[in-house]
Design a protein around this ligand. Sequence first.
Ligand SMILES: Nc1ncnc2c1ncn2[C@@H]1O[C@H](COP(=O)(O)OP(=O)(O)OP(=O)(O)O)[C@@H](O)[C@H]1O
Ligand SMILES: [Mg+2]
Length: 392
Amino acid sequence: MTGIVLAVGAPPTFRGQVARAMGIDSQEVEWMPTVSAAEGALVDHQLDPNVLVLSPTIKDADAVGLAEYVGRVAPTSAVLLVRDRDSDGFLPVAVRAGIRDVIDLSKGGQDLREALERAVAWSENLRSHRKLEEMAPVRRGTVISVFASKGGAGKSFLSTNLAAAISRATPADTALLDLEFGLGDAFSYFGSEPAHPLQDLLGLGDQPSREAVLEAGTKLRDNLWGFASPPDPASGGLGGEAMGKVIRALKGAFSHVVIDATDEYSDAALSAFDLSDIICLIAGLDVLGVRHLSVALETLVSLGFSPERFRVVLNRADSKVGLKPADVERVLKLRVDALIPSSRLVPASLNLGRPVVEDQPRSAVSKAVVGLAYKLATIETGRSKRGRSRKH
Ligand SMILES: Nc1ncnc2c1ncn2[C@@H]1O[C@H](COP(=O)(O)OP(=O)(O)OP(=O)(O)O)[C@@H](O)[C@H]1O
Ligand SMILES: [Mg+2]
């Protein structure tokens, strides 16, 4: 049996007892005379034992205190308590404090040996998982999906401009994912076309490197990459599971992922919503748009998506249209998060192949999108972040 074992408590012969149970020399077991000496060694990182084994002379209350302390400062170390009598009554209290086992030595050394073996194995196992976690990419991107159940509401306009605004405001990399199979509309807003099929990402395994993910994308701007299927209807769209893989790969490689979702509840779109931190619902400020928005909300809630994640964006929301955002809030029972005016700059920027936030950053339409991007991507502006609450 390997692993570092720390025997705690008088008498000093307890160390030998533990060593004998493990079948090793007593010098190979660490020993501290008191609970406070053990706590001191842990907090100073002098020792990082797999197991602390407490002698029968340590009082129950001290054992509980030490176990709780270990749980906080050294959660991958196991604590065992040795007693020289039956102490089954104390077991529930001990377990609640995080003690893994209470061993009755009056029954012989075999129980101690087995308990030590189990405790060392538990600790080693936990530590190897921790190491894997440390090696895995720690960056997990924020995923923002843009959805409308009605075509032409402005999904591609909003998602492309959000992605452009976020990538311009943060030094980290942003990804734009176009779910619309075969058209690559989102790329047109950048005057670009997808260079690789989305399927390329799937061949990269479960935890692809950042470099491999970037290579499967198309560079649209400084720190902005686009992902989409090229217009090849023969290759078919991605299913829900495959789309989940794609989005997880992007989450691992980018600080923000903006998704231009389809206007139907496809498996791929539902997978995207599952993995989204924010689902932006966009609709025109007109009776049809609001009706679609209301049905989309109901549908998504009935599919199990929490309204906490929804953000409502009204597009082409000028004062002249007759309908007021407050009316929409009343009908939807949700706060409207952004109003985006209608502007001829939007189709003009599309024709130029430059997002309007890049081409005309001072325009009202750009300011509305950039304001929303800061809110959604929680980019610090000095203003306090508002909590989200459902309107009633
Ligand atoms: N605020 C706006 N002002 C002016 N034109 C806009 C505005 N928002 C979107 N448009 C224009 O409306 C058209 C539809 O927008 P967009 O392509 O973004 O919609 P969509 O929801 O992605 O549509 P689809 O369902 O076809 O994917 C585009 O020509 C776009 O330039
Ligand atoms: Mg579109």
